[in-house]
Design a protein around this ligand. Structure first.
Ligand SMILES: NC(=O)c1ccc[n+]([C@@H]2O[C@H](COP(=O)([O-])OP(=O)(O)OC[C@H]3O[C@@H](n4cnc5c(N)ncnc54)[C@H](O)[C@@H]3O)[C@@H](O)[C@H]2O)c1
Length: 220
């Protein structure tokens, strides 16, 4: 049994992760850390092997440092924090960190197809759509998509009640456009990716691994 604690357990994603861990074979929910539950992260570290963090852009890095310093592996879904600082923390640690800006398989495929299409079309723009309570803009997914694509790709951010997490990548060329669209209807869309990362994080070859694509296509 792999013992999993969740940081941000009272949040929208954290609650879904707790339910997914409880339903997964070979995983045991070992702790729910969240100031909203009165349980600080250090209180759950003793009884777990892996921590999953879905918290806030201003807390994820400190949480990861705390987890890694305790020799536990960390899977991070929180977006909008400094990845280079995490790399430093992971390099000096005895445990692994895995970060993905998007745990939905469809979003990872969208990013891969967008990168390929950008090599063949003249220009592209990204529109990302999220629920109104999302703290960071542009989204981690949109920034990562733009990084993987050729050329300068402008990003437009929509924050509206009623949305979960969607993205359009629109590519343009002479007399034509191509639109790649990923739509999520529910936060369960992210759970197979989170569970895969929890199962694999301990055996990853690098101290820090970024992107679900690294688990789906380990050879590139
Ligand atoms: N990678 C992905 O696939 C993906 C998908 C959806 C959301 N996200 C990201 O996940 C994060 C969380 O999103 P959400 O909608 O669940 O937010 P949320 O506001 O609903 O939940 C965040 C929770 O974290 C708790 N928290 C705050 N500080 C904490 C700390 N120091 N330790 C432990 N818990 C703490 C809060 O009390 C809250 O319950 C955001 O950064 C969002 O962008 C990522």
């Amino acid at each position: 049994m792999t013992r999993v604690a969740v940081a941000g357990a009272a949040g929208r994603m954290g609650q879904a992760v707790c339910a997914a861990v409880e339903a997964a074979d070979g995983l045991e929910l070992a702790g729910r850390a969240d100031p909203a539950l009165g349980t600080p992260l250090p209180d759950v570290l003793g009884g777990c092997d892996v921590v999953v963090d879905f918290t806030r852009p201003d807390t994820a890095l400190d949480n990861a440092r705390t987890v890694l310093a305790a020799g536990r592996h960390v899977v991070i879904g929180t977006t909008g924090f400094d990845l280079e600082a995490l790399r430093e923390a992971a390099d000096g640690s005895q445990a692994n960190a895995f970060v993905a800006p998007n745990f939905a398989i469809g979003a990872v495929l969208m990013m891969r197809f967008a990168a390929e299409a950008s090599r063949h079309m003249a220009a592209a723009e990204i529109i990302e759509y999220h629920h109104a309570a999302k703290l960071d803009a542009p989204s981690g997914t949109a920034k990562r998509t733009a990084e993987l694509m050729e050329g300068d790709v402008p990003i437009h951010s929509v924050r509206l009640q009623g949305l979960v997490a969607d993205q359009d990548v629109i590519l343009g060329d002479v007399a034509q456009t191509l639109t790649l669209r990923h739509v999520t209807t529910d936060r369960t869309s992210f759970m197979p990716g989170v569970i895969l990362a929890v199962r694999r994080v301990a055996d990853l070859p690098d101290r820090l691994t970024v992107g679900l694509d690294r688990l789906l296509w380990p050879d590139g």
